[in-house]
Design a protein around this ligand. Structure first.
Ligand SMILES: *[C@@H]1O[C@H](CO)[C@@H](O)[C@H](O)[C@H]1NC(C)=O
Ligand SMILES: *[C@@H]1O[C@H](CO)[C@@H](O)[C@H](O)[C@H]1NC(C)=O
Ligand SMILES: *[C@@H]1O[C@H](CO)[C@@H](O)[C@H](O)[C@H]1NC(C)=O
Length: 287
C-alpha cells in the first residue's frame, strides 16, 4: 500500500539495562476518592456523579464527548493530577505484564510477536498541558494542543514505560500507532519526544497519513493499520494498549487489549479538526 512508504521503519537502539522501579501505588485508603478530596478541602462539585460518569467512560458506555461535563472540571483535574490515575494505570499495566509473562515466546511465531502502543495519554502524558490550559475543556485536535505536541515536551507515563521495558526484555516487537497526523514536523517531534522519555526503540511508528485522515473513523484507521501489520508484515499482535476505545476496537484487535484510564477526552472521529489546524496557519491563542 502506498501509504506504508511513509512509515519510516526504524529500529532504534535499545537501552535495556535497568527496569524503572514501578511507580508506587500510594496508600489505599478506605475512603472513596471523592471523600478523600472532600476531607482535604478540595471542592469536588458533584463528585459522586463524576465518579459514576468516569466509570461510564472507562466501560465505553459514555461515548463521543468532546470534554468532560462542566461540573466534573475539578474532579477530572484532581483525578489526573493525583494518585488515583497512577494507581488505576498501574492495575492495567500489572495485568499486562502478567499476561506478557505467560506468552510462550519460544513458539514458532515468537520472532513476530508484537505489542501495539497508542501514544497520547498512553505512552506520553499531556497533564502538563492540561494544567496550564484546563482539564476536560480542551479538545484533542485544537490548535493550542497541536502546538504543544510539536513542542515535544510531554512526559512518559511511568507505568506504561515499565510495561514497554518489560516487553522489550521479553523480545516482543513494539509498534507505536497514533492518530497524530503524519506531517514531517509532527513525526520528528513525536519520535524525539518518545526517545527523550525513554521509549527509545520501536519497530514501527505509524502516524495517520494525509489520505487516511480525510476518510474513516479512528477505529477504521487503527484497525486497518493493525491488519496491515499482520497481513503484510507477518506480525502477530499479542497485545494492544491505549487510553481510548478507538485504540482497541476493530478487528484485528490483538490477542489481548488493555484500556488505560482517560476521563479527559474521547476520540472517535475527531482528529480531523486537528489536521485542519495543522494545515492552516494558527494565529496564537485558543484558550
Ligand atoms: C494519497 O492518495 C493519492 C491518490 O490516490 C495518491 O496518489 C498518494 O500517493 C496517496 N498518498 C499517500 C501518502 O499515500
Ligand atoms: C514471521 O512471519 C514471517 C512472515 O509470515 C515468517 O516468514 C517468519 O517465519 C515468521 N518468523 C517467526 C520467527 O515465526
Ligand atoms: C528531528 O529533526 C532534527 C533536525 O532535522 C534531526 O537532527 C533529528 O535527528 C530528528 N529526530 C528524529 C528523532 O527524527
Amino acid at each position: 500500500m502506498a501509504n506504508r512508504l511513509f512509515h519510516v521503519r526504524r529500529l532504534v537502539c535499545c537501552f535495556l539495562a535497568v527496569l524503572p522501579a514501578s511507580a508506587g501505588a500510594g496508600d489505599v485508603s478506605a475512603l472513596s476518592f471523592v471523600d478523600r478530596l472532600r476531607q482535604i478541602g478540595i471542592p469536588v462539585g458533584d463528585g459522586d456523579y463524576c465518579d459514576s460518569w468516569r466509570l461510564g467512560v472507562e466501560a465505553n458506555n459514555v461515548r463521543g464527548f468532546t470534554t468532560a461535563p462542566r461540573k466534573c472540571d475539578n474532579y477530572v483535574e484532581n483525578y489526573m493530577r493525583g494518585h488515583h490515575y497512577r494507581r488505576d494505570s498501574k492495575v492495567v499495566v500489572d495485568e499486562a505484564v502478567a499476561y506478557a509473562e505467560t506468552l510462550h515466546l519460544s513458539s514458532a511465531a515468537a520472532g513476530n510477536a508484537t505489542w501495539v502502543f497508542d501514544v497520547d495519554e498512553t505512552a506520553l502524558s499531556h497533564v502538563k498541558f492540561y494544567k496550564r490550559n484546563g482539564f476536560g475543556y480542551h479538545k484533542f485536535g485544537e490548535p493550542a494542543f497541536m502546538e504543544w505536541l510539536i513542542a515535544g515536551k510531554a512526559s512518559a507515563l511511568p507505568n506504561t514505560l515499565t510495561l514497554y521495558k518489560k516487553l522489550l526484555l521479553l523480545g516482543i516487537k513494539i509498534v507505536f500507532l497514533s492518530d497524530r497526523p503524519d506531517t514531517p514536523e509532527l513525526r520528528n517531534a513525536t519520535a524525539t519526544n518518545l526517545i527523550k522519555e525513554g521509549f527509545d526503540c520501536w519497530d514501527d511508528l505509524i502516524l495517520r497519513s494525509e489520505n487516511s485522515t480525510t476518510t474513516g473513523s479512528v477505529v477504521e484507521y487503527k484497525s486497518g493499520e493493525r491488519k496491515k501489520l499482520e497481513e503484510e508484515d507477518g506480525l502477530v499482535i499479542v497485545g494492544n494498549i491505549g487510553d481510548q476505545w478507538s485504540d482497541l476496537l476493530g478487528s484485528p484487535e490483538g490477542h489481548r487489549t488493555f484500556k488505560l484510564p482517560n476521563p479527559a477526552y474521547y476520540v472517535d472521529n475527531y482528529m480531523l479538526a486537528g489536521v485542519q489546524a495543522v494545515a492552516t496557519p494558527v494565529s496564537s491563542s485558543s484558550t
